[in-house]
Design a protein around this ligand. Sequence first.
Ligand code: MN
Length: 232
Amino acid sequence: MSAYLFPPAPVQAVAVQGETAAFPVNRIFCVGRNYAAHAAEMGVEVDREAPFYFTKSPHAVMASGGTLPYPPGTGNFHYEMELVVALGAPAFRVGADQAMTAVYAYGCGLDMTRRDLQLKAREKQRPWDLGKDVEGSAVLAPLKKAGAMAPLGPQRIWLSVNGDVKQDAHLSDLIHSVPEIIADLSTFYHLQPGDIIMTGTPAGVGPVGPGDVIEGGIDGLEPIALTIGAPE
Ligand code: MN
């Protein structure tokens, strides 16, 4: 095809520490209920057999440090602090023992969620898209290359709102580990460079509103920040 009827949407990308080139985001896979204490606060059982997923459009990517207008259609907009895994190589039907070779980098991410719409969908056994695939809801901090990151496990993962700590756990609390998630996802998808995985959030999720400042971190990674703006 030699021409488009209108300009295609721009590629969304995230910065990488120590690189001038950015990481172009292909797909965004998100893991649900991957910390037991969060599943409990959501009133649901953890499935330890296999992870489950939802997706966000890559156009939902937003850089850390910005202001996200309070989104339309919700009265209960929640933060979820997450470890982000960025893939730099293809993976299809890989075992957990091979999965980590596909990991290019890690980062801090926020899975911002219209909780009221997600829960209404859950109740009616409908898809979660309106709750989860929110414009600007995949907030990403600059990535750190995997080779520069210590083995995952002991790192603290935390989030604060206006300075008050709301989420505080460790990566070792993940029910399904990063290699297990990649191996499982690769049984359903031909994973590609540019795909990212948001690995789930610890307990302590809650609402934010206009003027609130969210900050979060994972030991060893660049911290993340987001300000909630007035509704449009
Ligand atoms: Mn999440």
